[in-house]
Design a protein around this ligand. Sequence first.
Ligand SMILES: Cc1cc2nc3c(=O)[nH]c(=O)nc-3n(C[C@H](O)[C@H](O)[C@H](O)COP(=O)(O)O)c2cc1C
Length: 187
Amino acid sequence: MKIIAFNGSPRKGGNTETLLDSAIKGTGQEVTCYRLNSMDFRPCQNCGGCEETGICTLKDEFSPVYDDIRTADRIILASPVFFMGLSAQTKAMVDRSQALWCEKFLLKRDIPAGPGGRKGLILLVGGMEKEAGINCAAKSATAFLRTVSVPENETLKYMGVDAKGDILKHPTALKEAEEAGKRLATP
Ligand SMILES: Cc1cc2nc3c(=O)[nH]c(=O)nc-3n(C[C@H](O)[C@H](O)[C@H](O)COP(=O)(O)O)c2cc1C
């Protein structure tokens, strides 16, 4: 089973990364993890170049990731909430899936699923106790998964997790992430 993960937090060893590490541990498998903040890629330019091909015209560090998205059986997306939505790093990655949106919705070609289907896991942390931002981020992350032909996913949301390391003080988060990772990797 091929599992890939996107870490959309710029903070090394931050709450998102800690949570993601627990989920990865839960899978019990090798996971290819993209630390988006360390990658050199541009957001979608809305050039329209992918509309007839489903292939992005930008050639950068994100280009090889398309193949990984296509061939993954499981996709984990982890992001902090920044200004009521996904972090810019995560959103840039999500927007680059526009090429796959064109392939699915304009060219009517779904990414084929393996025998165990395609499933996803969304992990979100936000400093505020209000739901609006984390729900907004969840909508965007879910739209990404549907675009890349992942029809089902679990979403874990943790609010009031702000300072670096706060997630470690959460009574259930790490255990829940680990269990969600385990469920994700179950065929
Ligand atoms: C630029 C920026 C914007 C933020 N905006 C929000 C927000 O709108 N809502 C919220 O709940 N938390 C917000 N936060 C707090 C982060 O979500 C919080 O600190 C989170 O734990 C960071 O995760 P990390 O340690 O993985 O980077 C913001 C933080 C930053 C740096």
